[in-house]
Design a protein around this ligand. Structure first.
Ligand code: GLV
Ligand code: MN
Ligand code: MN
Length: 430
């Protein structure tokens, strides 16, 4: 495949244009690309077509993750990729940029003659070390609530029985959804065979903040991921009439929730001011019965909490829970808190990050920590040497239709990924 700068851009545009309409909500401009839905099936078909066009063999593993192999699968493979699903009303770049960049990087490797490739459109050649492009399923956890579901299942970080019982907003279980996608639900779970094949994983991602803008660099290398978790807060009270119930007679869980949302914001600010940084967000809430003229009986809200240290995260969630419980006492409501997923701190191997970042024609790429979770973090926690590349995002906005990266930076990212993969494929191991 011709990978001159103009051709590279044309290939990027063509892959991007194919993806653009899939799962798009024309009103908000955002994406609804949820695991095991029609939009996601279309994305899987797109992945398979892009891989086959390059002569790769595509496999779906037991947990629904996709693998496109150049040459024979594993062992000790260099793997790159990301995810194609989105948050509700998500941006175009979070996930897809890593997958599109993986295909562009493969084209670039072949152009450079890695693996003795012919340079033709369908590739050919053999990589000097096994090589795959991966696409992980349900990274955002937008449908079944657990982020990085595919990689957590693959590594055994999530119990398969618990996963099978997860339900979506319509009460469909994960077991039912994967069966609809052609997988055997009984085979979900830790996948030794696939894990044995992975030697090293590199994920390219749009940056979800403004560090690269401030540094004036198109590309950066990840050093670490903050510990973070999702916690379900179930507030219960007493449904009653909005007009006839005196204010002093109410047991309104909405009040307890409202105060808890304020407390979360305050506690995260206090924790952040004390050093290191902290975040707390209630971004999803369900109210029952959800009637304008009824005091609710239940409010369920999900706290997303993140902190620079694990102790800080535990203290932050504890402080929010304590304030919520005190308020529940005053409101005559009850509160139950369930940690649905908690991810420990991840430190990517520093020598690997330094090796990736070092000595490029434009100088070293900056090293950055991130507050966002990624499949690379799950793999790293499972002992797979992993690394991340970030591509500059001019606004820093993410998980929103406003998420953006300039084409030139996307191409720079894909070339940076190719540089990285070339070092790993032809260099001295991880
Ligand atoms: C992943 O996108 C996250 O929520 O950190
Ligand atoms: Mn995301
Ligand atoms: Mn992502």
């Amino acid at each position: 495949m011709d990978v001159t700068p103009t051709a590279r851009h044309a290939t990027f545009r063509s892959l991007w244009t194919e993806l653009e309409p899939v799962g798009r909500d024309l009103r908000s401009g955002g994406y609804a690309r949820f695991a095991w839905t029609r939009a996601e099936t279309e994305l899987r078909e797109w992945f398979t077509a892009a891989a086959q066009e390059r002569g790769l063999e595509v496999e779906t593993d037991r947990n629904g993750n996709l693998w496109a192999w150049w040459g024979s699968p594993g062992p000790d493979a260099v793997v790159t990729g990301s995810h194609l699903d989105s948050v509700p009303s998500g941006g175009a770049y979070d996930g897809p940029l890593g997958v599109v960049s993986a295909f562009l990087a493969l084209d670039e490797l072949r152009r450079r003659g890695v693996g003795g490739a012919s340079g033709g459109a369908s590739g050919g050649g053999r990589p000097p070390r096994p090589f795959a492009i991966a696409c992980f399923v349900e990274e955002e956890g937008a449908r079944f609530g657990i982020a990085c579901l595919g990689s957590r299942l693959m590594t055994g970080a999530l119990d398969a029985d618990a996963a099978r019982r997860l339900t979506d907003a319509d009460g469909v279980t994960l077991a039912e959804a994967v069966a609809g996608g052609g997988l055997e639900a009984a085979r979900l779970g830790r996948d030794e065979e696939t894990l044995r094949r992975i030697g090293i994983f590199v994920e390219l991602h749009v940056e979800q903040g403004r560090a690269l803008v401030d540094l004036g660099a198109p590309v950066g290398v990840g050093t670490s991921i903050w510990p973070h978790g999702r916690y379900r807060f179930d507030f219960a009270g007493l449904a009653d009439h909005a007009g006839t119930t005196r204010m002093e007679d109410r047991h309104d869980p909405m009040l307890t929730y409202a105060m808890t949302a304020l407390a979360a914001n305050k506690q995260a600010r206090l924790a952040g001011a004390a050093g290191g940084g902290a975040r707390a967000t209630f971004g999803r809430v369900e109210v029952a019965p959800n009637g304008t003229n009824a005091i609710p009986s239940h409010v369920t809200a999900w706290l997303d909490a993140r902190c620079s240290t694990e102790a800080g995260l535990a203290a932050l969630v504890g402080a929010i829970e304590k304030q919520a419980a005190e308020r529940a006492d005053r409101d005559g409501t009850t509160l139950a808190v369930t940690a649905e997923s908690v991810s420990p701190a991840v430190a990517f191997p520093p020598e690997l990050a330094a090796r990736i970042a070092g000595s490029h024609s434009g100088g070293d790429w900056p090293l950055l920590p991130t507050q966002a979770g990624h499949d690379a973090g799950i793999l790293s926690a499972a002992g797979v040497p992993s690394a991340m590349l970030f591509v500059r995002n001019p606004t820093g906005v993410s998980h929103s239709p406003e998420e953006y990266a300039e084409d030139a930076d996307c191409i720079a990212g894909a070339v940076a990924l190719a540089d990285t993969l070339e070092r790993l494929l032809v260099g001295s191991g991880s």
